[in-house]
Design a protein around this ligand. Sequence first.
Ligand SMILES: [Zn+2]
Length: 430
Amino acid sequence: MPIGKKITNKNLEKKVTIEEILDNQNEETIIYRDIFNFLTPDILKSLSTEDKESESENNMIEEPEWNTSFRVRELANWVVDNNRKIKEEFKGSRINRSNQAHSKTAYITHKLNRLVDLSLLVRIQKIESRKNRKLVTDIFDITRNGVIIALTLEIEKHSNKSDQYGKILKFLYKEWKTFVPDGYRDHHNIEYYLIEEILDECLISNQNILLDFIKLIRKHSNGYDINFSILRYELHCLIFSKIRSDNKFKNSFYKIVNNFNIFKGLDIDPTDKKLEDLRKENLKLLKVQFKLDIESFIDKCFSEYLKIDSYSIKSFVWSSREDNQNKTVGEIHQNRHYSDIMNEIVLTFEVRKEWEKERNKNLTNFDRIVILVKCSSCGQIYPISFNLELESFSKIRCKYCNNLTISQYIFENEINAQYHYRIASLASRL
Ligand SMILES: [Zn+2]
């Protein structure tokens, strides 16, 4: 290999990021994931002992013994047997396994060094190789952050009903939570404590939300860039969409909110009227914030949806109707279907304006969120102010046709359908 090329490659090498390693679709980072796969069985063993230790010794939480150190050669042996790309490379080759592993040692060491750079591994000591005492071999071990990454990868392989899954999730939740900057744990930041209480509850009943929470933290954990308002906003949106589809979750969410105790851990007279007022005032603050975040979410959804002009959306809606699916452009022209297309009811800036008016009218109604609904009988789309906690769509009549057929307008679905439409129409132009 010309030496110039080697130097250039090295200089231009892009450093791998944790997100790239965690991205299962990224072919370039398979080797990193395999390094963690190699370590995971030992991590899982240690995790079981950690659980026992923290349960048995009440206040003395000792670090478990992580038996996770390894030599490069051990890893290399494992990699030639398990890494998809390397296995393919040696398919049909007459090189024996030991030489295969040897030939990959430099490559693997290079990857290990990248993981050391990311503080996911440490090089703990150098000792002489067992075979050749003149050779110095590195011993590597995994760091706490490395364990978090390994288990973040591992959890996706387990069924969410298994014990192992619950155990890993508990560990990950506890660890990822520590990425929330200390300042946000100020006891006046009641929003943080409410969220924590909800997530703690999810550990038992709604584990999906915890995985989403972990994803959120991951997204923001590079460096120190977690912004609490953004995190809270995104979590509120998550909770909102979960409430939509899961009544049990909704009930447990509001139970936690309504019983939320800002004086938790303090010795306080429960009959003190002043303190009860203070508690209620704080409860109101929490509910207002939830309302504001959801309305801000709806506002953003509007802007996302309205990127496409309303005529295009109308023709998309019209042409996706079963009767119209196979109509040619000629037929549409001949039969003057344009007015039919114009009559389709879709989301427009006029609806948005109605929504804004309704939102502004309800600014001080902390328990009413202004959302958008769609009627499946008459097709109208319009805003209503809705008490998410107490009201149910099945009891609200459509203001246009008086039927009990309204439901929440789900932007994500509509935007998704549009997206496929755009892709399809782009493809037909090619
Ligand atoms: Zn209606």
